[in-house]
Design a binder for this molecule. Structure first.
Ligand SMILES: NC(=O)c1ccc[n+]([C@@H]2O[C@H](COP(=O)([O-])OP(=O)(O)OC[C@H]3O[C@@H](n4cnc5c(N)ncnc54)[C@H](O)[C@@H]3O)[C@@H](O)[C@H]2O)c1
Length: 366
């Protein structure tokens, strides 16, 4: 392991212990810790263990319910609506994903709507699990509005994440995992905390025009939608699949898991859609065709200074393998949040060998 890197196992174990300390079952604590530590290992630091302190605050305050188990409310052969009963979003999404995969295995394709969950973190994590099991998966989520529509002066939709994963027989899944905002809100907070400036493509100010003043977000500025009307359209798609179809809270009915008082649920929602590849296309047909597509893209001539054209997920899987081998270099803002989690729970940071640094005052993720 390289110097100053945190071992994956230690990060996972610390996170698991913190979650157990506030009442999660060992199985749920392990599931959530694995999701957060894996997200860090993939290099997506805005949505890994940085979220832990905020989740603990909600769990300790009662807004998120440590012992809640998601339950199916209604279902058909190829769909289900699951109520998470204010469980952590990771617990809700993993439950929804397991139900969806089971149904897809039986009937080829399944949709599961998840209501009343906590913040779901990195949407791609759940899609990748299905892809590792030979299934194509799409995840959508909704959140409290933070993103402007083309022409609006205020936020109209959340930064609603959209992710898909495709199984690749001889490699890691193709994995696209994005906010439908120009950037995830967490990147604005992280830039502010690190004293970095932000580009003028990230935020829309109170006059409806682009601004580079990150301190205006979220009270007086909204995130710009990803690729203008296109991202706005996909954000709307996420809202409809995640909240409108399953009957969950929409737009401003969703709570802010960061700024609301800790006893208030956040009522996040998500959807998963799973396709069992083997039911539709035999793997000996699907995989060679997919391989040909991947090879074609990899063979594309590169622009000056570019070593290789990448597929979605390639960089993150390379980060992941390196992290398992050499440890994870956590940014300062993540380390500060882990120190905060240690103080909240009394779990020792010892094994993480995290350097001392000032605990940040504000939550910092979108
Ligand atoms: N839970 C929530 O409410 C919420 C809301 C918004 C975002 N998020 C999460 O935030 C995270 C970050 O989102 P983001 O929009 O900042 O991500 P991003 O803009 O960093 O894009 C990441 C995605 O783009 C792909 N990618 C990047 N460069 C590429 C290249 N050159 N070629 C091919 N693919 C490339 C990556 O593989 C990855 O799939 C995601 O995990 C998302 O789920 C969560």
């Amino acid at each position: 392991m390289s110097t100053n890197a945190v071992g994956f196992e230690n990060l996972f174990r610390f996170t698991q212990l913190c979650l157990e300390r506030v009442g999660l079952s060992p199985a749920n604590a392990s599931d959530v810790a694995l999701a957060l530590a894996t997200t860090d290992a993939m290099g997506v630091f805005t949505h890994g263990t940085k979220l832990l302190a905020g989740y603990l605050r909600k769990l300790q305050g009662g807004g998120y319910v440590a012992g809640a188990e998601p339950r199916i409310e209604r279902e058909g052969p190829a769909w289900a609506i699951v109520n998470a009963h204010s469980a952590l979003g990771q617990v809700g999404c993993l439950s929804a994903m397991r139900i969806g995969m089971q149904k897809a295995r039986q009937v080829g394709i399944a949709y599961v709507g998840l209501r009343n969950a906590g913040h779901i973190g990195a949407a791609g994590y759940y899609a990748a699990l299905a892809a590792r099991d030979g299934m194509i998966a799409m995840i959508t989520g909704n959140d409290i509005p933070s993103v402007a529509a083309p022409g609006s002066r205020t936020a109209v939709l959340g930064s609603n994440p959209l992710a898909y994963a495709i199984p690749v027989a001889d490699g890691d899944p193709i994995l696209l995992d994005i906010a439908t905002a120009a950037v995830a809100g967490g990147k604005v907070y992280a830039a502010l905390q690190r004293g970095e400036s932000i580009p003028n493509t990230w935020l829309i100010g109170p006059d409806g025009l682009p601004t580079t003043d990150g301190s205006l977000y979220p009270q007086q500025a909204a995130l710009a939608p990803m690729a203008g009307h296109k991202g706005y359209g996909f954000g709307l798609w996420c809202e409809i699949l995640s909240a409108i179809l399953p009957g969950g809270n929409m737009t401003w009915q969703v709570g802010s898991w960061i700024f609301d008082e800790p006893g208030r649920p956040s009522w996040h929602n998500a959807s998963i859609t799973v396709i069992d590849v083997a039911a539709i296309a035999p793997p000996h047909e699907f995989q060679p065709r997919l391989r040909r597509l991947i090879d074609e893209i990899h063979a594309a001539p590169t622009a000056q200074g570019v070593e290789r054209v990448l597929l979605p997920g390639e960089r993150e899987w390379a980060n992941y393998r390196r992290a398992l081998d050499q440890g994870i270099h956590l940014p300062t803002d993540v380390l500060d949040k882990l120190r905060q989690a240690a103080e909240q729970t009394g779990v020792s940071l010892g094994e993480l060998e995290i350097p001392k640094s000032v605990v940040a005052e504000t939550e910092t993720s979108g």
